[in-house]
Unconditional design. Structure first.
Length: 81
């Protein structure tokens, strides 16, 4: 089940990636644990003041609609994940 969810998460991120890329950024799937999707932002998105908004208003909303079991999307932080 987890593998299927991860595949669907990656496929969904691929569908919305162009929204971030048009502003010089990108998103990378890191992991899916207990309903939470962890992602990394790259390019212009990595240092953007609106990164949290993009994660919550774009990525999280779409993943919650497309992938059963996704409850939240967070930026990956290896120090306090």
């Amino acid at each position: 089940m987890k593998d299927d969810s991860e595949k669907l998460i990656i496929a969904t991120l691929d569908k919305i990636r162009h929204f971030l890329q048009r502003d010089g950024g990108d998103v990378e799937f890191v992991s899916f644990e207990d309903g939470v999707v962890f992602v990394k932002l790259h390019g212009a998105c990595a240092d953007c003041a609106y990164a949290d908004n993009d994660i919550k208003d774009l990525v999280e909303v779409i993943l919650q609609e497309e992938v059963p079991g996704v409850t939240e999307v967070r930026l990956y932080n290896p120090e306090n994940k």
